[in-house]
Design a binder for this molecule. Structure first.
Ligand code: PGA
Length: 261
C-alpha cells in the first residue's frame, strides 16, 4: 500500500457558469454527506472555469466543504500585456490549490508544446500552486511507439530545468480515451503510471517519485473507477464528462465502496 492520499479531480472544461457551478458543488456536498462520506480518506478537487472560481471558493469557505479548488490553466507570464491570460498569483489569491498544465486540449487546440508546459509548470511552482501535469499519447503515437514513450517524455520535459521541484501531480490521459468512451484497461493504465514513476525516480529521485500522485484520466465513470484504483500505481483519477453530474462524480469519489464490494 502506498501512503499517497488518493486524489479525485473533476475537470469541468468549458461547462457551467458560476450559478450552475454553485448548484453542482452544493449538490455534490449533499450527496456525499448523505452517503456518510469520509472526507479524509480521499482528496476531492474541482476544476471549474476561471469565471466560477471566486463563487466556488466563497461557497467552499463559507460552508466548510472539504473540496480543493483547481484551475484549468495559467499563464507562464507574471503580469502585463497578455490579453486574456490569467496569472498564477491571481489563482493563489483565490485559494486555488491545483492547476492543470498541458491538458491535451490545450496542447492540441492552443499549440502548447513541451516548452510551454515546462514554463507553465515553473509558473505554478513559483506561485505555490500544485501543477497537475497532463500527459498522454495519441492513437497514432500509441501505434508507433507504444503507450508509455510519449507520456514519459512529456513528464520529463515538464519537470526539466527547475531550480527546485515543488509538489506536482501527473495525470496520465491517453488522448484517444478522452471524451470518447474508450478507456485504457486498468492494467494498461497501471503499467504506464509505473513507467512514469520509474522515469521520475531516475531523472530526479526515488523520494520524489514515491511522493508523487499519478492519476489516470480518460472516460472514467463510477462504474469503471474501481478497476483503475485497485492498482497501487494509480493514485486517483482526472474526470471530465462524469464530473458534471453530482451523483456520478460522488460515486467516483466514493470508489472505496466499489472496491470493497
Ligand atoms: P473525460 O475527460 O473524462 O470526459 O474523458 C477527461 C479529461 O479530459 O480530463
Amino acid at each position: 500500500m502506498s501512503n499517497r492520499l488518493p486524489l479525485i479531480a473533476g475537470n469541468w472544461k468549458m461547462n457551467l457558469d458560476h450559478q450552475q457551478a454553485i448548484a453542482l458543488v452544493q449538490k455534490l456536498a449533499w450527496t456525499l454527506n448523505d452517503a456518510g462520506h469520509d472526507y479524509k480518506s480521499v482528496e476531492t478537487a474541482v476544476f471549474p472555469p476561471f469565471t466560477d472560481l471566486r463563487s466556488v471558493q466563497t461557497l467552499i469557505d463559507a460552508d466548510k466543504i472539504e473540496f480543493s479548488l483547481g484551475a484549468q490553466d495559467l499563464s507562464k507570464h507574471e503580469s502585463g500585456a497578455f490579453t486574456g491570460e490569467i496569472a498564477g498569483s491571481f489563482l493563489k489569491k483565490l485559494d486555488v490549490k491545483f492547476v492543470l498544465v498541458g491538458h491535451s486540449e490545450r496542447r492540441s487546440y492552443h499549440n502548447e508544446n513541451d516548452e510551454v508546459v515546462q514554463a507553465k509548470t515553473a509558473a505554478a511552482f513559483k506561485h505555490g500552486l500544485i501543477p497537475v501535469i497532463c500527459v498522454g499519447e495519441t492513437l497514432e503515437e500509441l501505434e508507433n511507439e507504444g503507450a508509455a514513450a510519449v507520456p514519459v517524455r512529456q513528464t520529463l520535459a515538464a519537470l526539466a530545468n527547475h531550480a527546485e521541484l515543488g509538489e506536482f501531480v501527473i495525470a496520465y490521459e491517453p488522448v484517444w480515451a478522452i471524451g470518447t468512451g474508450k478507456v485504457a484497461t486498468p492494467e494498461e493504465a497501471a503499467q504506464v503510471c509505473a513507467k512514469i514513476r520509474e522515469a521520475i525516480a531516475d531523472a530526479h529521485s526515488p523520494e520524489v517519485a514515491a511522493a508523487t500522485r499519478i492519476l489516470y484520466g480518460g472516460s472514467v465513470k463510477a462504474a469503471n473507477v474501481a478497476g483503475f484504483l485497485k492498482s497501487t500505481e494509480v493514485d486517483g483519477v482526472l474526470v471530465g464528462g462524469a464530473s458534471l453530474d453530482a451523483e456520478e462524480f460522488a460515486g467516483i469519489v466514493r470508489f472505496q465502496k466499489h472496491i470493497s464490494l
